[in-house]
Design a protein around this ligand. Structure first.
Ligand SMILES: Cc1cc2nc3c(=O)[nH]c(=O)nc-3n(C[C@H](O)[C@H](O)[C@H](O)COP(=O)(O)OP(=O)(O)OC[C@H]3O[C@@H](n4cnc5c(N)ncnc54)[C@H](O)[C@@H]3O)c2cc1C
Length: 458
């Protein structure tokens, strides 16, 4: 337990009074207007009593130790599920950012947890390191991304949480835990994918690799052929993934490998950047029955393309079109069948959707709650719907298909599972629940969504 000095206690009390979190209800000051919070897609909105952005870990620990109200940590707000909303206070780590230390011989680096993934690539390159893998975009914070087991693609690559070697967790009572595989292994396995339910993560050390360059080749081919060949491609290339084009017979394939070739990655023109939005808008005007034949005809004319750059610039993309997403990870051997059933269902039910699916492989890991935790590698399959269109009718048809194939939902993407089903999908679910109860007996970090997930009355 941290020692709270009288001076610090007084300072914290002032903070508590200022931020109105000394009572369980986290009362707002009279006349104070709460600023609404919304996630990236605009589908999740909250009215927190206020926001607290600590300038140091000490300030955060003192704040937690001297207040009692409801709290939720927020990263970049890129989750589609209501993990963040609270009527209490949001904890924002936008002052706790940047590279803190590194070890060149072990290729590890410690970042403050509020650092955006987009602010890690260049500093890592300067010290000769690079992330082993990255997700599709890099706007997330490191703590936000690891807290939901954010992943990229690659049969040999774990989600980001699988590469955390050490993290600092400050519990709701202000206790500071420096967690590693050897110091407090149970808590470490839980906190690497903690959903912001165990406390506030303030620093994370990642296992990296030596800086490397990647070449990415993109082409379009028949989905059935690509799926037949997927395992061979996935084991041949460092990264391999598909974007199946709905209502058509085709998918876009992306194969990515290490290279020494010179950089060749011209910046996109504004027209190209706007291109995806325009294509989406254009396709939405085409009746669903006509889209398939049109895509099929166009697909055959698309030339393969290549680009080469630093790994972190190739692995991540800019996504300007706002959408909502559901993603489940199914055991690898079920991947192709699950994807095909989803594609057939969209076609048969003439679901009016234009957004491609995404099909990726993720390696197993030893965290408690990552979607690929345990003994099996997984295939991650995503469906998307452009925001602000109502995603529910579409996702409600697709979600039972994921369940049929033993899918585990991405914590940051839309799903409807509660504690009963989740406890059957995760062998260490009970262990996580008991660690959560131990670290946050008052349930300060819980909101309605987390109560449902962990089966806590409230
Ligand atoms: C356009 C887009 C593309 C995406 N691509 C991918 C992808 O390729 N692969 C993938 O797996 N996911 C992807 N995602 C999902 C995204 O990576 C996750 O939802 C991620 O958790 C978002 O990170 P964030 O920083 O925005 O965190 P938030 O969404 O703000 O928070 C996520 C969780 O982290 C917790 N949290 C945040 N900070 C802390 C902290 N300091 N301490 C403790 N808990 C904390 C929050 O309480 C919450 O539970 C994508 C999302 C979008 C919008």
């Amino acid at each position: 337990m941290r020692n709270v000095t009288r001076r610090k206690f007084l300072a914290s009390s002032v903070l508590a009074a200022l931020y109105g979190v000394s009572g369980a209800g986290a009362a707002q000051r009279p006349g104070q207007q709460a600023t609404p919070w919304r996630n990236w897609s605009g589908s999740v909105v909250a009215n927190p009593a206020g926001r607290f952005s600590p300038s140091s870990e000490h300030q955060l620990a003192d704040f937690l130790a001297s207040t009692h109200g409801q709290l939720r940590p927020v990263g970049a707000g890129h989750s589609f599920t209501p993990l963040v909303p609270t009527e209490g206070h949001l904890l924002v780590l936008d002052q706790l950012t940047g590279l803190l230390s590194y070890d060149s011989s072990a290729n590890t680096a410690c970042f403050a947890a509020g650092t955006r993934l987009s602010d890690m690539g260049a500093p890592l390159a300067r010290i000769g390191q690079a992330a082993i893998n990255l997700p599709d975009i890099d706007r997330q914070t490191l703590a936000g991304a690891t807290s939901t087991a954010t992943h990229g693609t690659g049969i040999d690559f774990k989600c980001l949480s699988g590469y955390v070697t050490e993290l600092r967790l400050i519990t709701p009572s202000g206790e500071v835990h420096d967690l590693t595989n050897s110091s407090e292994p149970g808590m470490f396995d839980a906190a690497r994918v903690g959903l912001g339910a165990l406390g506030i993560v303030t620093r994370i050390t990642m296992q990296n690799t030596a800086r490397y360059r990647l070449k990415q080749t993109t082409w379009v081919d028949k989905t059935s052929d690509l799926l037949k060949d997927f395992d061979r491609q996935a084991s041949t290339h460092r990264h391999f993934e598909l974007f199946p084009l709905v209502h058509s017979e085709y998918s876009m394939a992306l194969a990515t490998d290490e290279t020494d070739e010179p950089i060749n990655n011209p910046p996109q023109s504004p027209e190209e950047e706007a291109g995806f939005d325009l294509i989406m808008q254009g396709w939405m005007k085409v009746p669903p029955g006509v889209r398939g034949p049109l895509v099929n005809a166009l697909a055959e004319q698309i030339e393969p393309s290549e680009r080469v750059d630093e790994s972190y610039k190739i692995l991540t993309n800019v996504r300007n079109t706002r959408f909502n997403e559901m993603e489940y990870s199914v055991p690898l051997h079920n991947g192709a069948a699950c994807l095909q059933e989803i594609l057939e269902t969209i076609k048969e039910q003439k679901i009016d959707v234009v957004f491609p699916l995404e099909y990726r492989y993720v390696s197993r890991d030893d965290t408690m709650l990552s979607m690929s935790s345990g003994d099996e590698d997984h295939a991650a399959i995503s469906v998307h719907r452009v925001a602000p269109e109502d995603y529910r009718p579409y996702f409600d048809v697709i979600e039972p298909i994921f369940w049929k194939y033993g899918g585990r939902p991405h914590w940051g993407k839309i799903h409807h599972l509660g504690a009963l089903q989740l406890s059957q999908l995760y062998p260490r679910f009970e262990e996580f629940r008991s660690i959560r109860q131990q670290l946050d007996p008052q349930g300060r970090m819980l909101n309605a969504h987390l109560r449902k997930i962990f089966g806590v009355d409230g």
